[in-house]
Design a protein around this ligand. Structure first.
Ligand SMILES: [Mg+2]
Length: 232
């Protein structure tokens, strides 16, 4: 049985420079729905899909849910365009140990790597490209596949199976690595293992309350790959 490791992007593999990322999403919303969003508008976006964030902002500013769903394709295209334009080597930072960890895992024959992220697919890949992290991933489940993160694990498994015909994958031998409690919940919803890393908005103590199977300060320790694989 093949082991599957699914990585979140923001706060787990990379971080965007302050002021980028979420504000671009707010900007697309304001533009598309003719709503004025204050410049100091703050919203908890951690671990949510972009469409989920859109739906929450819609509720806040009195835009109907159906209107958001009806324009989902346009939302995706516009979010991907503005976020891709923001992603450059100087605006995206690879988090500690990520490159080494992916290299090590990539060398394991019975391990497959995928993405599980709330980003629209094009935006997620654009965030990985400036530092060539995209080369490690041939598939994933994205915010453009479903507005609820907890619906993404079966989609990731299906893509893994489609890409590797004849190779068996299971939720029990799959692991989600992410920086928020929503990544942990998503792993649980999909029957997968959960590893949390405190390189996003939440510290180790906060993440620890949600009882992940493994908890890391960051991914830089030399035994990180071994500890992750031991869970599967
Ligand atoms: Mg994240």
């Amino acid at each position: 049985m093949q082991r599957l490791l699914l990585f979140d992007i923001d706060g787990t593999l990379i971080r965007m420079r302050r002021g980028l990322g979420a504000p671009a999403v707010f900007g697309v919303f304001a533009d598309m729905f003719g709503v004025e969003i204050p410049t100091d508008f703050a919203h908890d976006c951690s671990g949510k899909t972009d469409l989920w964030i859109f739906l929450e902002i819609a509720a806040r500013f009195g835009v109907a849910r159906d209107e958001v769903f009806a324009r989902a394709v346009e939302i995706r295209e516009r979010v991907e365009a503005v976020q891709a334009a923001e992603c450059r080597p100087d605006t995206v930072r690879t988090l500690p140990g990520v490159h080494e960890l992916l290299n090590t895992l990539n060398g394991e024959r019975d391990v497959s790597l995928g993405l599980l992220t709330g980003n629209m697919e094009g935006a997620g890949i654009a965030k990985l490209r400036p530092h060539a992290l995209d080369v490690f991933f041939r598939f994933g489940a994205f915010g453009s596949d479903h507005h609820l993160r907890n619906e993404l694990p079966p989609i990731a498994l299906k893509r893994a199976r489609d890409l590797h015909p004849g190779i068996d994958f299971s939720p029990e031998r799959s692991l989600i690595i992410g920086d928020t409690h929503r990544d942990i919940e998503c792993a649980r919803a999909g029957g997968m293992k959960a590893a949390a890393v405190a390189t996003g908005r939440f510290n180790a103590e906060e993440l620890g309350r949600h009882a992940p199977d493994a908890l890391f300060k960051d991914l830089s320790a030399a035994d990180t790959a071994e500890l992750l694989l031991r869970l599967l």
